[in-house]
Design a protein around this ligand. Structure first.
Ligand code: BGC
Length: 254
């Protein structure tokens, strides 16, 4: 396979930093996903060293896409809700180039990456019309997609609903920390999605993150007018979207 059809994606999360080589025709991994614990504290330098380890292990010398849990513009992170605040002051391109050497590195928000991947390789319903993709994990990430094109850096997890942020109401992190059953948690998710529906009126919601694997447990409990589609790429989405963005950085222009 020629290099044109390959991309390398990295997804940096609160607990794990993961990477894989991706076949960009199919969205499938080539070889194993490589995973390390995200270092603590997760400073840019420490995380960059972990990423370098993954890339060395994969023996990859091409471009790399890196998905991050915050607002990303060029070489800067503008928010750091679920990552070390030192990212806000770093030139992330310089920090990563210092260990990854001379190669193209593309940074993007993790939910934007996952949303792009879902559009490219997931449920065909995500490819047309106005879609809000949400990734529900430690926080809530969002990607706005219109006909498969991304409006980057939306942060719906931080939308205030009443006086609480959406991700403090209905993330999996909250479900876990409060020990909520699906029956207890579903009304919280409905409240959040109901507010998104009221304000943005998408044609569909696509829900990703770990919770999408268990959609049979919560989907029937929701009553909304907007169709809700569970994502199909599960925990592959962030890596695959990052690989796609590395190969075609125009996906995240703006
Ligand atoms: C961050 C988002 C991110 C989401 C999922 C939120 O707290 O603000 O940028 O996409 O968590 O990681």
């Amino acid at each position: 396979m020629c290099e044109q059809q390959l991309g390398f994606g990295i997804d940096i999360g609160g607990s794990g930093t993961k990477g894989a080589l991706v076949n960009l025709h199919t969205g499938e991994f080539i070889g194993e996903r490589i995973k390390y614990e995200t270092p603590k504290p997760a400073t840019p330098e420490a995380v960059a060293a972990t990423v370098a380890k993954i890339i060395d292990q994969a023996d990859w010398d091409g471009p790399v896409g890196i998905a991050l849990p915050g607002v990303v513009r060029g070489s800067s992170m503008l928010t750091a809700a679920n990552i070390d605040p030192s990212w806000l002051h770093a030139n992330i391109h310089d920090v990563f180039s210092a260990v990854l050497g001379e190669r193209a590195i593309t940074f993007l928000n993790d939910a934007d990456a996952a949303g792009l991947a879902e559009v490219a390789y997931g449920n065909p319903q995500a490819q047309s019309g106005s879609v809000i993709f949400l990734t529900i994990g430690t926080g809530i990430g969002s990607a706005f997609l219109v006909e498969g094109k991304l409006f980057p850096n939306t942060e719906l997890g931080h939308l205030l609903i009443g006086n609480e942020e959406a991700e403090k109401i209905a993330s999996s992190g909250v479900k876990k920390s409060l020990g909520l059953s699906f029956d207890d948690w579903a009304p919280r998710l409905e409240k959040v999605l109901g507010e998104y529906e009221r304000l943005f009126n998408p044609a569909a919601f696509v829900i990703g993150g770990g919770i999408s694997r268990k959609s049979a447990r919560w989907l029937p409990l929701l009553q909304l007018s907007t169709p809700i589609i569970p994502a199909t790429l599960l925990n592959r989405a962030g890596i695959v979207g990052a690989a796609l963005a590395a190969h075609s950085p125009e996906y995240i222009a703006g």
